[in-house]
Design a binder for this molecule. Structure first.
Ligand code: ADP
Ligand code: MG
Length: 325
């Protein structure tokens, strides 16, 4: 069992940023309105995620650390899952390759804490905390040299962690996020924002003030494809390729097809050495997209990739045309 978890850990968790992403997704799935992330040494020493979501009872907690014991899988087909997680692999995987502490409390019930150190339960006791969940991951892969050696510098791992939170924060402007790294605040956005406000908060003013709104849709038999968001003017002169955000059905996505479509739309206007800053929110009918391609879930597969590509190119072109660009 421990070995199976360790093998799965290689799939689900390959570096601090992927563990962090799983934890923050769990907080989102738990209905959190505020998610506070703390990092030590780029997440190599410590990753902490605290939320005000629904929490876990003592029994939930024990179950959560068992493999494939997700509380989320609905009865319906897998294409229709609305939660970010549904495999029940993240917590047991992380617990098998780090020291994992879960503290959690459901409103009206007793709080509980459990620590699992590289697969072994070393603490299981009542705990006092506000309703919600706090999870701490320490010394990820410290006892798995084969994986530890693939990790990069604390600085690089920190960059990846911040990027992972930014992408989730872009996808969920309704939720408040904060990130602290080695005791210093790295990011803070309030909850209850709309998309343009969140885009401005996560990119920068210069971009937000010059951005062109995108608003495009196309009807198909099973519903509508709706594309919203903002795109920077093509003269925007900053090499920030990482400020290209794609959100599909409320999930952050990194997808080669979509990135290619953005490049295509900008092709005639954008000098090679410049990057457009783009935040695109694409909503498509369930069944038109398969988010189940890989456990890391940043890739998606569209039923009709050409339709999506065309939509993005047309949507971007029209927005830029209307802005006289
Ligand atoms: P999955 O997200 O695929 O269900 P995980 O291993 O990520 O699997 O989590 C296992 C279970 O632990 C979840 O199904 C959920 O019931 C519970 N859980 C994890 N994190 C939280 C949290 N922050 N708040 C409440 N419940 C949580
Ligand atoms: Mg999960």
């Amino acid at each position: 069992e421990h070995l199976v978890n360790r093998i799965a850990a290689g799939e689900v968790v390959e570096r601090p940023a992927s563990a962090l992403k799983e934890l923050v997704e769990n907080s989102i799935d738990a209905g959190a309105t505020r998610i506070a992330v703390g990092l030590g040494e780029g997440g190599l020493a410590r990753i902490e995620v605290a939320d005000d979501g629904g929490g876990m009872t003592r029994a939930d907690m024990a179950l959560a650390l068992e493999r494939h014991a997700t509380s989320k899988l609905p009865d319906e087909a897998i294409e229709s899952v609305s939660t970010l997680g549904f495999r029940g692999e993240a917590l047991p995987s992380i617990a098998s390759v780090a020291r994992l502490t879960i503290e959690s409390r459901v409103a009206g019930a007793e709080g509980w804490a459990r620590t699992v150190d590289n697969g072994e339960v070393v603490r299981d006791a009542p705990a006092a905390l506000p309703p919600g969940t706090r999870i701490v991951v320490e010394q990820l892969f410290a006892r798995v040299p084969a994986r530890r050696k693939f990790l990069r510098s604390a600085r690089a791992e920190y960059g990846a962690c911040l990027d992972a939170v930014r992408r989730l924060a872009m996808a969920r402007p309704d939720i408040g996020f904060s990130v602290e790294h080695d005791g210093r605040r790295a990011l803070q956005v309030a909850g209850g924002q709309d998309r343009p406000t969140r885009v401005a908060a996560l990119t920068d003013r210069a971009f937000a003030d010059n951005a062109v709104p995108i608003d495009f849709d196309r009807a198909i038999d099973s519903g509508a494809y709706v594309l919203g968001g903002v795109a920077s003017v093509p003269t925007y002169n900053r090499g920030i390729a990482d400020h290209q955000y794609l959100v599909v059905n409320g999930r952050p996505v990194k997808d080669r097809l979509l990135m290619g479509a953005i490049r295509g739309a900008y092709a005639e206007m954008l000098p090679r050495d410049r990057h457009a800053v783009v935040a695109l929110f694409l909503d498509v009918p369930m069944g038109e997209v398969d988010i189940n391609v890989h456990p890391a879930k940043t890739e998606v597969r569209f039923r009709d990739p050409q339709l999506v590509r065309g939509l993005i190119v047309s949507g971007l072109r029209r927005a830029l045309d209307e802005a006289g660009l």
